[in-house]
Design a protein around this ligand. Structure first.
Ligand SMILES: [Zn+2]
Length: 478
């Protein structure tokens, strides 16, 4: 589950050579990591070209909504609060240790060892299996902190990444935020009766929602986490599931992807036919931008009311809650747009025979001013991850390619281009291109792909509910 954790292990296992390669092309999903481990360099084709069926193990999450009664609600609150208390007490102890310069404690055993002492009441309430799992959760948070510290030391962090030791499960009013942690072997999901059975507590909770991953053959259930959403006043259970994906690596086209400039996504494939023509996919960010400004306006209105010194304390609390919900809703809609665009893009890639995705990423420089338009660094990273996961689900390796300077030069001639209005660039050799397509082609070339002579452009508008095709231009002599 924890990325930092994986990074620490992976770094220890991998050789320095591989790490040097990763600075150039960083794997974004399990297929990309497999390709690198097998000695393939995405810049020179997919390894041996052998197309044997391969497997990777990934972790996915199924989310269920719990249909609680007042009794179940009360039970979840009690157990969830005790677990939050355990996490807070442990993190307090470990933070003091860290800030006093006595090193970092990132073991689960040190918390486990206190189960008959200060945590005895909590231990009794959670049962040994779930108490153990909570200790593992604490361990993972601290290991991920260690991973981030190391990345910071090596200068591998992004400007927006902040490294802080794990904090407390508390809301803004200082109230503990409940969390229930259940070990893989202490619960059962009854698909027919649609109830979640919690072993140690001998309790059954009806649920709603689809189990997309757990129902796949060979899937293994992992940790279960139950949390409360105060805005929706509902409990959610997240089941982490180990799934084995199958795919064949190598033997297809590469595609370069540029994210979040004029367009949300611009993708260009290698030539798809003998005449050297490639395919370009453009996803416009229009609805995302208008959504953003719609919410921005509403939020600004609330901010104005909040700044009025005459407003009552009660009103202020309500207004703050409304504002929080607006932010949340905006984020959710953005994620839906990203998810729809990513799924659509990967489907088209499969149809086109794309076997490797190369995503441009500006490392070490803040790409956009945060909070402006649809494209601050954070949402940019989310879109990248969405695409990488969608590609992973369909057996396509995705790599990140440093893209500094790719917008400034012509992908065909390598000379400097001049920026023109409406997102176009002009090459001194006398041709005009979409800036995004040019960037995507540069990324493709940097990843060892062949840049197409011409591209057929397919244009789309992703919304929160679906992806709309705009038009099909016959050919764009780039
Ligand atoms: Zn040119």
């Amino acid at each position: 589950m924890s990325r930092g954790d994986n990074a620490v292990i992976a770094d220890a296992v991998r050789g320095p050579q591989l790490r040097a390669l990763e600075r150039e092309v960083a794997p974004l999903n399990a297929w990309a990591r497999l390709l690198l481990e097998q000695g393939g360099d995405p810049r020179c084709g997919g390894g041996s070209g052998a197309q044997a069926l391969q497997r990777v193990q990934v972790v996915r999450t199924d989310t269920l909504r719990l249909l609680t009664t007042p009794e179940i609600d009360d039970f979840l609150r009690r157990v969830g609060d005790a677990t939050a208390k355990l996490i807070n007490m442990e993190n307090y102890r470990r933070r003091r240790r860290f800030f006093e310069g006595r090193g970092i404690d990132c073991s689960w055993q040190s918390a486990w060892a206190r189960r008959f002492a200060e945590y005895f009441e909590i231990y009794k309430l959670l049962g040994s299996r779930n108490f153990h799992e909570a200790c593992r959760l604490i361990e993972e948070q601290w290991r991920s902190f260690v991973g981030l510290l190391r990345a910071a030391k090596e200068g591998k962090l992004e400007p927006w990444q902040k490294v802080r030791p794990p904090g407390y499960r508390k809301d803004r009013d200082g109230q503990r935020v409940p969390i229930v942690v259940v070990r893989f072997d202490n619960y059962r999901i009854d698909l027919e009766r649609r109830v979640l059975r919690l072993g140690y507590w001998n309790i059954e909770v009806p649920f709603k929602g689809k189990l997309r991953w757990l129902t796949r053959p060979g899937a293994k259930q992992g940790r279960l986490i139950i949390t409360y959403d105060p805005a929706k006043k509902r409990w959610y259970a997240r089941v982490s599931v180990e799934v084995v994906l199958e795919g064949r690596l190598g033997g297809g086209l590469k595609a370069g992807v540029d994210l979040g400039r004029e367009r949300l996504i611009a993708l260009v494939t290698e030539p798809v036919n003998s005449s050297g023509e490639g395919v370009a996919l453009l996803y416009r960010g229009g609805p995302l931008k208008s959504d953003y400004f719609y919410f921005e306006k509403k939020i600004a209105k609330i901010d104005k009311m909040l700044s009025d010194p005459k407003s009552e304390e009660m009103d202020r609390a309500v207004l703050k809650e409304v504002r929080r919900r607006l932010y949340e809703k905006r984020g959710k809609r953005r994620d839906q747009v990203f998810a729809n665009a990513a799924a659509h893009l990967v489907r088209l890639c499969l149809g086109l025979g794309v076997a490797v995705l190369l995503l441009g990423y500006p490392r070490g420089i803040a790409r956009d001013k945060p909070g402006k338009g649809n494209s601050n660094m954070w949402s940019y990273r989310r879109l990248e991850q969405r695409i990488a996961v969608a590609a992973e689900n369909h057996g396509i390796p995705a790599f990140e390619i440093p893209e500094d300077g790719t917008s400034k030069k012509c992908a065909r001639h390598g000379c400097e281009v001049v920026r023109k209005p409406r997102g176009l660039v002009r090459c001194p050799h006398g041709h005009v291109m979409h800036a995004d397509l040019n960037a995507a082609m540069n990324i493709l070339a940097r990843g060892g792909g062949r840049v197409p002579q011409r591209v057929r452009v397919l244009s789309f508008i992703p919304t929160a509910s679906r992806v709309v095709a705009v038009n099909v231009k016959s050919s764009n002599p780039a």
